[in-house]
Design a protein around this ligand. Sequence first.
Ligand code: NVA
Length: 284
Amino acid sequence: MAGVPVELKGRSFTRVASWSRDELATLLDLADELKAERARRAELGGMALFLPAAELQLARGESFRDTALVLSRFLSALMIRTFEQEEIEEFAEHASIPVINGLTDETHPLQALADAMTLRERFGGLGGLRVAYVGDGNNVCHSLMRIAARFGAEFVAATPKGYEPNPGFVAAATEDAAANGGSVTVVHDPREAAHGAHALYTDVWVSMGQDDDRMRRLRDLEPYRIDDTLIGLADPEAVAMHCLPAHVGEEISADVLYGPRCLAWEQAENRLHTQKALMALVIR
Ligand code: NVA
């Protein structure tokens, strides 16, 4: 592909912070191009293999290192969805093909790419935007915070006490934001976060693997729903965002999710374009 920085070939994408602002912008530009040309251009033409961990030798004790070395001999790229971030980092360290983080407990960088693309489409860029995340300070919050920081947005998260984003990630994102003209703030009052926001973002209150804790989470997060009242505090042009799957009536009201301000469906479509762009850039 013409104009693609050569150094992206073979690169893994394990977290937003592992790519520079210019590299992320290159990817988002290509995603815009792929979206615009989709009607005229075929999809990438690859073949996907779904390999559940239980069907790999991993289930019988083969190490991540050995699995990474073997799969590198078969595949062009490997996307992993798992709980432990360290597993992805370990695969990336040993694989000779690009390793892509498809979600961990800590991060969800592919979602952040689609979110950044969606915000750029709507507002022309992220610099100067006030992006408010309301709810559980989880994987989606972490990656959104980091990409917002990297592109100079004013990011604010409102969570209940005990549900704040990881303090180490907040510190790193705060530094990143300062270098790019943005900021990162964590508060507990959803109204404070929503005030003047251009985007109000939320995610499920019970993430994968947290079902045992469901009742406590629903109770603690109840005041953090995105509904018309909360949006009423935001900028008049504010949009609502959600990574999906949504639990209507929990973290987001039906009126907002299916209303005219909601970009969730655009975000969902943009997962396609950003992930295609990523594969086109990194696969040798
Ligand atoms: N926080 C959610 C994101 C789902 C895409 C989870 O980890 O289940």
